[in-house]
Design a protein around this ligand. Structure first.
Ligand SMILES: O=C(O)CCC(=O)C(=O)O
Length: 262
């Protein structure tokens, strides 16, 4: 494991109470291990509405992937895994969901006031996909400064060991962003972490982790699609380093990078 070249200095910024939604134990786990599972955050109706908004957009994206890109584009692969991005800009229901009290409270507790939505994407892992999605930190894809932001991995169907639930490598967030190498399945920062934990989660839960927590998901060996919606939040003023051009830009697009607190 090596540091990312832009990670020249890093100090973990711990959560600070009083908390709106985190228990003391969850706050400690987030700070020490880089993740926790928030159980029962959403109702079945809320999830059904989110899924009804996402499914047609994902289906249209996969059709486009087949027609225009021969079934492959970057880390997307038709019939295996799709990443359908920036859905809040196309769905009022998803925009409202991204500002749900659960998320604004998590942002408040973990980053303080004034957080913005940074990124949203649905990740659908298709039936019988034998491939993992490799170990990475979210900050390894686009380097954000400050490096610490929040990822909420929301299972829309139960995420299990058999269908590709997340795994995390606790503790490695404390060193900041690691160097990532390309593989045929995605960027990878570590091949075989010293400690790993599977985080199966039910529809309605949120797997909450840092942009610096290495994570992977396993194969989907079942006959059903594993559906997740990933929402990421960052402090106002965060700057994105474009990995291709090296240019920097603020993450404040009014269409999809708005403040989440009411
Ligand atoms: O949900 C997945 O299967 C992998 C997605 C992921 O880890 C990510 O988008 O950072």
């Amino acid at each position: 494991m090596r540091r990312h070249e832009l990670n020249t200095h890093f100090d973990w910024k711990p959560t600070r109470g009083p908390y709106r939604i985190l228990s003391e134990a969850q706050a400690r786990q987030y700070d020490e291990q880089g993740y926790f599972l928030l159980e029962g955050a959403f109702t079945a109706q809320e999830l059904a509405d989110v899924r009804a908004a996402i499914d047609p957009l994902e289906e249209a994206y996969e059709a486009l992937l087949r027609e225009k890109h021969g079934g492959r584009q970057f880390i997307n692969k038709a019939d295996a895994i799709t990443f359908t991005v920036h859905l809040v800009a196309r769905s009022a229901a998803l925009k409202a969901f991204s500002r749900h009290r659960v998320f604004s409270d998590l942002c408040h507790d973990i980053m303080g006031p004034g957080a913005r939505l940074y990124w949203d994407q649905a990740v659908y892992k298709k039936p019988g996909n034998p491939e993992e999605f490799p170990w990475h930190q979210d900050n390894g894809y686009t380097f954000m400064d400050p490096q610490q932001y929040l990822t909420c991995w929301v299972p829309l169907t139960d995420a299990t060991l058999d269908n590709g639930c997340p795994w995390v490598a606790p503790g490695l967030h404390l060193g900041g962003t690691l160097a990532h190498e390309p593989t045929k399945l995605g960027l990878q920062c570590v091949d075989d972490p010293p400690e790993t934990v599977a985080v199966p989660a039910r529809a309605g839960d949120v797997v909450v982790f840092s942009s610096l927590t290495p994570h992977r998901t396993g194969p989907n060996l079942t006959a059903e699609t594993r559906r997740s919606y990933i929402l990421q939040y960052a402090p106002d003023g965060v700057v994105a380093h474009d990995p291709f051009s090296g240019e920097t830009r603020p993450a404040n697009d009014p269409e999809r990078q708005y403040f989440v607190d009411a």
